[in-house]
Design a protein around this ligand. Structure first.
Ligand SMILES: [Ca+2]
Ligand SMILES: [Ca+2]
Length: 341
């Protein structure tokens, strides 16, 4: 029981005791002063074995006044509410212990009903269908004062404690969720530790550009999970990338050449397989056909200094369109991209 209440009862008892003590003394010293009517027969008020009627009435009146005062002071409604809040707080603390266990075991607070069911040492029972229906769903979104919240629940003493996963806040479904909400500041989700950076491996590869002594300018792209990693070849045709382990789809592109594709699995430092880019796609449409042959034919034997020069016809990039360009395109005639690696 509340200490203040005990003190008040003790005070109340002391006052009553003092009143009776005074009454006894007064009566003993001057019995006549406590008699209401001196015309009463002597045996009605001279009896010294007990109290007279007026004494009892006086005592009852004083007790009533004091009782009312004490009753009003104690305010049973407020006491009931305090007891109710105390009970809720105790239960919440029990739940909180469960959450602390969860934190210790999983290094985070639960964020869903499943988490709560599996993470708290005492399994959380599922609510009866009537409660599920009242709440709207087993868990999910619920509007509290038009504010949507995610929530779970915890059943105890036939009450359902709603757990707001968004701010890790508890409140009861039987009370006003806002006025009886419990501050969740002690349940702030710890920040997610930064992910360990993946180990990177050096991937080296070479691209051979058909018909050219210098193999630079090939755009190589490794793609995994929608993320692209690219490099451009040096004059030797070499490219280097730093990549995490995994399987990548790989493409190599160069103007006038057909795109080559393959896939490469990285699990350590490695050299990717060599490929040969096949040339002759003068019009850049991804296949080598009559149109490309016509573009080469149109300026056959011209150099890059000639009037009417067309870079598209110089497949091997040596500043002259001759039999070598025609042979490259002719040799690849009919191919289309992507070519195999
Ligand atoms: Ca073409
Ligand atoms: Ca050429």
């Amino acid at each position: 029981m509340n200490k203040t209440i005990v003190k008040r009862f003790a005070l109340f008892y002391t006052i009553i005791k003092a009143i009776f003590s005074i009454m006894f003394k007064l009566r003993k010293n001057n019995p006549a002063s406590f008699r209401f009517n001196h015309t009463y027969p002597a045996d009605l008020y001279t009896n010294s074995d007990g109290f007279t009627l007026i004494e009892l009435l006086l005592a009852i009146a004083i007790i009533s006044i004091l009782s009312t005062a004490v009753f009003l002071t104690l305010n049973p409604q407020l006491l009931n509410k305090k007891a109710h809040d105390s009970e809720q707080t105790q239960e919440i603390q029990e739940i909180a212990k469960g959450f602390d266990h969860y934190l210790i075991n999983y290094e985070r607070y639960p964020t869903s009903l499943e988490d709560m069911s599996t993470g708290i040492e005492t399994p959380v029972p599922l609510p009866p269908p009537s409660v599920s229906a009242a709440l709207g769903a087993s868990y999910g979104f619920r509007s509290v004062n038009n504010i949507p919240r995610t929530w779970g629940y915890y059943e105890t003493s036939n009450k359902y404690y709603v757990y707001d996963a968004a701010c890790h806040e508890f409140f009861t479904t039987t009370d006003n969720p806002d006025t009886d909400s419990f501050n969740c500041k002690n349940y702030t989700q710890p920040p997610t530790p930064p992910a360990e950076p993946p180990t990177l491996y050096t991937v080296t590869g070479y691209i051979d550009v058909q018909g050219r002594a210098v193999d630079s300018g090939v755009f190589v792209v490794y793609t995994k999970d929608g993320t692209h990693f690219s490099a451009t070849t040096a004059s030797s045709g070499k490219y280097t990338l730093q990549l995490a382990s995994g399987t990548y789809s790989v493409s190599a592109d160069k103007e006038l050449y057909l795109q080559a594709q393959t896939s490469v699995t990285v699990s350590g430092n490695k050299t990717a397989p060599l490929t040969l880019l096949k040339g002759g796609d003068a019009n850049g449409n991804g296949q080598i056909e009559d149109d490309d042959m016509d573009i080469i034919d149109a300026i056959f034997n011209k150099t890059c200094a000639s009037s009417g020069w067309d870079t598209r016809a110089d497949v091997n990039g040596d500043c002259v369109v001759n039999i070598q360009d025609l042979a490259l395109a002719g040799g690849n005639y009919g191919l289309s991209q992507p070519t195999s690696w």
